[in-house]
Design a protein around this ligand. Structure first.
Ligand code: PLP
Length: 284
């Protein structure tokens, strides 16, 4: 399939989809983004994703170049131009183009790009064995609730994970609490309770994280949003969540097994429940 991208009001072939070298996204990482999953043309939690994009824009003072309804139409059109059965929609908004200066001129026209590509998914082997992860002290900025395109710390974290033959790096605060990964949220099962760090400036409010909390509560699983550590008594499972991974077991952390070192029953159950929601969209 030859790919088409949406760039500032036009659908253009991917090869000629370009932005200006003085785009502030390029020079300052002055922008925000979203990643939405799409199954057979139906979007998983589109509204929460678009609302998070709007919140991210508001947080850094960028006015979205169109309404959320119009954005939803553009996302739909971008998928129609690139109709992958399971698609990953990428939306990026930057402050726009201006001569390089930290202080941006007022009333810049924001840059909006949207692409649709094949949704990456964890391999069967990864699902069977679970992911391996490392931990790193958090050296990111103090506004992780904004889905910023300034991802250098996350890139370095992933590179370090890869160098140590792991799939993800999880950030620890100064007291050893597990915050989130470079591109994922993380849950633990501690004494049978599903635990994840509360929403604050140290974690992104993942859309999958919210979905898992809701699905778990509906299934009668107790959920606690509190700071937690890997060395807590009774910790039996860890799982990461994100749009592209859904729910994925994390079975090794810094080369030590998490619980028994194999995907645990709560993780497997929650993954099945999330996949059911995706399947329901696919066949709606
Ligand atoms: N945390 C971080 C730092 C992320 O970058 C992401 C996704 O990119 C997530 C969590 C998961 O968010 P979502 O479930 O909305 O994909």
């Amino acid at each position: 399939m030859s790919l088409t991208a949406y760039v500032n009001g036009h659908f253009v072939p991917m090869e000629s989809a370009v932005v200006h070298i003085e785009d502030r996204g390029f020079q300052f990482a002055d922008g925000v983004y979203e990643v939405v999953a799409c199954f057979n043309g139906r979007f998983l939690d589109m509204q929460p994703h678009l609302e998070r994009l709007e919140r991210s824009c508001n947080a850094i003072g960028i006015a979205l170049p169109c309404t959320l309804d119009r954005l939803a139409e553009l996302v739909q059109q971008t998928w129609s131009e690139n109709p992958f059965p399971d698609a990953m929609i990428y939306i990026q908004v930057t402050r726009g183009v201006a001569p390089r200066s930290h202080l941006a001129p007022e009333n810049l026209l924001p840059t909006l790009i949207i692409t649709s590509s094949d949704l990456p998914r964890p391999s069967d082997a990864k699902l069977a064995k679970g992911a391996r992860a490392i931990t790193l002290s958090d050296f990111r900025w103090k506004h992780c609730e904004i889905k910023s395109i300034a991802l250098l710390a996350s890139v370095i974290g992933k590179q370090e994970a890869n160098r140590r033959h792991a799939d993800e790096a999880f950030w620890l605060d100064t007291e050893g609490h597990v915050l989130e990964g470079c591109s994922t949220n993380i849950f633990a099962v501690i004494g049978g309770v599903l635990v994840t760090h509360p929403l604050d400036h140290q974690v992104l409010g993942g859309i999958t994280r919210s979905m898992v909390i809701r699905i778990a509560q509906e299934a009668g699983i107790e959920v606690e949003q509190r700071a937690w550590r890997l060395d807590e008594a009774g910790l039996s499972e860890c799982m990461l969540t994100s749009t592209t991974n859904a729910v994925l077991p994390v079975c090794f952390m810094d080369d030590k097994p998490v619980g028994s070192g194999v995907p645990g029953p709560m993780t497997i159950r929650l993954r099945q429940l999330v996949l059911q929601s995706m399947e329901a969209l696919r066949s709606a």
